[in-house]
Design a protein around this ligand. Sequence first.
Ligand code: AMP
Ligand code: GLY
Length: 428
Amino acid sequence: MKVLVIGGGGREHALAWKLKQSPRVDALFIAPGNPGTASLGTNVPIKATDIEKLAQFAVENRIDLTVVGPETPLVLGIVDEFQRRGLRAWGPSKAAATLEGSKVAMKEFLRRHNIPTAQFKIFNKAADAHAYIDELDGPSVVKCDGLAAGKGVTVARNAAEAHDAILRIMEKNEFGKEAGRNVVIEEVLKGEELSVFAFCDGRNAVLLDYCQDHKQVRDGDEGPNTGGMGAFSPVPGLLKPRDEDEMIRRILVPTMSGLVHEGRPYVGILYMGLMITDAGPKVIEYNVRFGDPECQALMMRLDTDLVEVCEACIAGHLDQVSLDWKDGVSICVTMAAKDYPSDAYARDLPITGLDSTEAQRAMVFHAGTGMGGGRLLSTGGRVLSVCALGATLDDARAQAYAACDAIQYEGKHFRRDIGKRREARKAR
Ligand code: AMP
Ligand code: GLY
């Protein structure tokens, strides 16, 4: 069969790599892909958001299955458009994807279905939002409504920071007019964050093994938030059995049934960003796609044919699928560009060392790379996702970090402590 992957980051390179392993895949296309995916299949120079062109390509090339990586095409309704043309696309419909596309819609959904989340209020006038902050007079979380590439959320330590966030979202429209029309102000949740993923076919859901991201840029969770500096899987002992039971019963099940009830059953991968608080797990956010770099760490361990899983999601027979996982521990270390996560990160720097023995031993997914003058260049803030699967966490770390040390570009940086939280937990 012919498979098309949409997107061009580390997540999509990992998805393409995993799909390619299926004996059922004869031809693989990636739009737009990156220099890493070029070695797996054919890169197609169409942007992930150009739904019309992507659909045309899929029709003309008789694509049997399209796997959508990033959220933007999903929120724009790519799955609906493909369906309209009789094409099979894996991912949620536009209506289901609003769970990620609008924080207001997400919070209202959580409230309607009584799913545990941070207490919140929604404002459509800046003056009212400012007045509420004065009333709270303490820490709060301020979120702009629409997609903001992960930058629309401010965890404000005090009223001044919250006022500033409201100003940027609603008055300066830093995230665009539409995204800044409404603001969500919520309580600060305390606890440990955990990403939980489930494949969904509308009615059935299958949980994936646990995987943990490392959001801050520096070791020890210091520095500003990023898209994700590394991940590892599994994460044993993170959820106590009681929390796990509650997560399924009070979050996953009502999310699925709530969406069915509202006539927008969820198909694809559901990403639940949770805070494990003293009062049990609560939803921070939903995402309607795989996490990046969580996907890379998970694909290293998934032993089930991903084509079969995607087809079962679309056909609604996920109840007949069980997921197998490779033994051992996988990790993914994000190699970032100088000054990332600031927008002014260094660009277009030549990358060397990918052919070294150390890098060859690891699995290096391309995240933000491009070709220029015949050379491999860094193009994004997150440049490479360096992954390894080891018998133990230490084995996996040793392999991945040997590769990170062997790969060179000016100003490279990465966290040295990916997976170490788990050791700290064991020692406690
Ligand atoms: P979001 O885009 O909603 O996931 O928010 C981005 C990040 O902000 C999350 O991963 C959390 O680290 C943090 N965050 C969001 N909401 C809260 C909250 N209510 N309490 C504490 N931290 C939060
Ligand atoms: N790693 C976090 C995300 O993909 O949103």
